[in-house]
Design a protein around this ligand. Structure first.
Ligand code: ADP
Ligand code: MG
Length: 339
């Protein structure tokens, strides 16, 4: 075959592979958009593990009629306008790819209204590039149907609705613990799976954490709040009594962005080394705040990984902070322990 340029539709479908792996990736991207739009409440409505329908509704800033076609265009974003802005980006999104990717693998409809608009506007790129008037409150509602219907190769990799919903639940939990000031509702197949009011007091925050991490976490949770070298680590770690056979109760955030990071995890793990058997995993919900310029958030298409400029510094700070928190519990006689 001769070399030729791919058409736009195909480019989008290939790129979508990195962003939209399964229904849970869509839920994550759409919830991130709602958070970036300043939503106070986010409703997530899932049918059949997301295979039939994913709907996310927020009361955020909304999108104007003239911008709706741009929102679903590739590499179109309102969140950065320069490399400098990327280096200190505070929003969860910045790649301008999610909506375009989703539109290339499913039937997407966005309905949105800003406070200053007399009514909402909607766009369904699979039907028309023209926006139409619609009825909706201020905010945005994004609906995705027929996911991967026209891409059998991708559809094949999807699991049962129950498994896909499990992944959605995980993505939901992760974001829900990133912003306590926002309320969240999750519906699956018509029934309310979870409703979380905005949590403004420490007690309410702990309640949200135990709802999501498991009730026993709260009984074993130790508060962390350490500061050094321009960094701050806050959150909760469980005493070894709540250790797990799997690393499935570990939530880490950098500047309110959910991340997976080897350096970070290793720092925590190392602090537990004398308290936990090798096969046991600590449970934690930890928030690291650093100067945004110290962290590269564009290390991964799905933005799940970050790169620290001074990873040794971060590692040692996390290790020492957790070590101190654990030592403080060790020193108290009632500490629940299992060594
Ligand atoms: P990114 O989030 O990286 O900018 P997206 O494709 O996810 O890229 O979204 C494109 C643009 O559409 C965003 O920059 C934003 O301006 C707008 N947008 C998307 N979702 C929402 C929403 N829920 N509320 C308001 N604006 C939104
Ligand atoms: Mg986005």
């Amino acid at each position: 075959m001769p070399i030729r340029l791919l058409d736009d539709q195909l480019i989008s479908q290939i790129a979508a592979g990195e962003v939209v792996e399964r229904p849970a990736s869509i839920v994550k991207e759409l919830m991130e958009n709602s958070l970036d739009a300043g939503a106070a409440w986010i409703h997530v409505d899932i049918e059949h593990g997301g295979l039939r329908r994913i709907m996310i509704r927020d009361d955020g800033s909304g999108i104007g009629a003239e911008e709706l076609p741009l929102a679903v265009a590739r590499h179109a974003t309102s969140k950065i306008d320069s490399l400098g802005a990327l280096e200190s980006v505070a929003s969860l999104g910045f790649r301008g790819e999610a909506l375009a990717s989703i539109a290339s693998v499913g039937q997407l409809t966005i309905t949105s209204r800003r406070a200053e608009d007399a009514h909402a506007w909607a766009i369904s790129p699979h039907v028309s590039e023209v926006v139409r008037p619609a009825a909706h409150d201020v905010g945005t509602r994004v609906e995705v149907r027929e996911l991967f219907a026209r891409i059998p190769a991708r559809r094949k990799f999807l699991r049962t609705p129950a498994t896909e919903f499990g992944h959605i639940r995980k993505a939901f939990n992760q974001l829900v613990l990133s912003r306590f000031d926002v309320g969240f509702v999750l519906h699956h197949d018509g029934s309310e799976t979870v409703r979380l009011e905005p949590a403004t007091t420490v007690d309410a925050m702990r309640r949200r954490v135990s709802t999501l991490v498991g009730g026993a976490f709260d009984e074993h949770a130790v508060e962390v709040d350490e500061q050094a070298a321009g960094m701050r680590l806050t959150g909760w770690i469980a005493t070894p009594g709540f250790s797990r056979g799997q690393a499935d109760r570990q939530f880490s955030y950098v500047n309110a962005r959910p991340i997976r990071d080897k350096v970070f995890n290793h720092g925590v793990r190392l602090a537990y080394r004398d308290l936990l058997h090798n096969q046991r995993h600590p449970a934690y919900v930890l928030y690291l705040s650093v100067d945004p310029r110290q962290v590269d958030v564009n290390a991964h298409p799905a933005k799940a990984e970050v790169r620290f400029r001074e990873s040794r510094l971060v590692h040692d700070f996390v290790f020492r902070s957790i070590g101190r928190a654990l030592a403080a519990v060790e020193a108290t006689p009632h500490a629940a322990r299992q060594v």
